[in-house]
Design a protein around this ligand. Structure first.
Ligand code: ZN
Length: 366
């Protein structure tokens, strides 16, 4: 290459040589300016990704932190009309780098985070949430400066808030009462599984926890058969051992007055749908509890009401106190599965169950 350049120089006159030199210097200057400008404008590259559960000003939230190798990020945030459960962030002049393109997230508020490199060097981040319709107040986005001590880079920080129990409101009439709540399945037993992979156990726990939160906020004493994703008896127990372990929680709770077990229904045909509540007629109170829960769930859930039904379910038959088992909806029905997995819908069902329990105490006939 250089030889060819010397040959070229030898061939042309001194005047032309001087001209060529000026041209080359000019070209060099131009190129330097160009690379300098590219550096100043900067193309961001992702270098960090983290999710965590946090509390922000008293509100529970799932936090997503996306780290960048340089600051001065320009971004926009929007909820696409066609995907109301998804928050879309568009990061200007950003490349994905080594961060995975599609990250599944196991949290109350977020299902997955996807990165797509789009036109004009922008990076689209799609955060799929558990909210059916994401509202402005459900999330916040901010930029955080690098923290050398904590070894954290410059970050884009997104918080998706859990719908507040306080917003649903307390119920009246449960103060001083003791209630046992049973979140169906858990641990080695996921319960029924929907077509999109949502498990019964992953629905019953947050619904039951939300019922507890409302009842406790209303002055009741609440005992849960389980408060995490576990077997109550232990892994791989027989059905009878597992169910008896749940009955035992009630039997060992001094002053326990009610036992409510929360489940999702399942059927071989995906078209089966609706809500139903069950009782075993030990006393009249068993039926009354099941029918009040049914009325409230029907009013709040907006699903087909399959009614109040008698059954010989173990936990109802073997609990000494009035008991009811509720089937919120069919997890095997695609539309109902989506609803059951939605945090706001879960909260609505929980509020309905809490209202049913409150009415049981308020409207007592004896
Ligand atoms: Zn079940």
């Amino acid at each position: 290459m250089w030889q060819a350049f010397e040959y070229f120089l030898a061939k042309i006159s001194a005047r032309r040589r001087a001209g060529a030199l000026v041209f080359c210097l000019g070209l060099l200057l131009f190129c330097t300016t160009l690379t300098g400008e590219a550096r100043a404008r900067g193309v961001h590259e992702l270098n960090y990704f983290q999710t965590s559960e946090v509390e922000v000003q008293g509100r529970q939230a799932t936090r997503v932190e996306i780290g960048l190798d340089r600051d001065n990020l320009t971004y926009t945030a929007a909820v696409p009309q066609t995907e109301p459960d998804t928050l879309q962030l568009t990061l200007q002049k950003t490349r994905r780098g080594k961060v995975q393109a599609d990250i599944p997230v196991q949290s109350k508020e977020i299902r997955s985070v996807q990165f797509t490199e789009a036109a004009s060097r922008s990076l689209v981040v799609r955060i799929k949430t558990t909210h059916q319709t994401l509202q402005t107040g459900d999330y916040q986005v901010q930029l955080a400066l690098a923290d050398r001590k904590k070894r954290l880079p410059y970050r884009l920080v997104l918080d998706v808030f859990h719908p507040a129990a306080a917003a649903v409101g307390a119920v009246e009439g449960v103060r001083g009462h003791t209630i046992v709540l049973d979140a169906g399945h858990g641990g080695s037993d996921s319960g029924a599984v929907g077509p999109a992979g949502i498990t019964e156990a992953s629905v019953t726990l947050p619904v039951t926890q939300a019922v507890r939160d409302i009842l406790q906020a209303s002055g009741a004493r609440v005992v849960m058969t389980r408060d995490t994703d576990v077997d109550v008896y232990g892994p791989n127990a027989s059905d009878r051992e597992e169910l008896q372990a749940r009955v035992n929680v009630g039997a060992r709770t001094p002053g326990a007055e009610l036992f409510v077990s929360i489940h999702c229904n399942a059927f071989s045909s995906p078209s089966a749908h609706g809500m139903e509540t069950y009782y075993y007629p030990k006393t009249d109170a068993d039926y009354r509890l099941a029918s009040l829960l049914n009325e409230e769930l029907a009013a709040a859930g907006g699903r087909f009401n399959r009614g109040v039904k008698e059954a010989r379910f173990y936990v109802m038959r073997n609990s000494a106190m009035p008991a009811s088992l509720v089937e919120l909806a069919f997890i095997t029905n695609p539309a109902e599965e989506r609803l059951l997995a939605d945090a706001a819908y879960q909260q609505r069902l929980a509020a309905a169950i809490a209202r049913g329990i409150a009415r049981y105490f308020r409207e007592r006939l004896f």
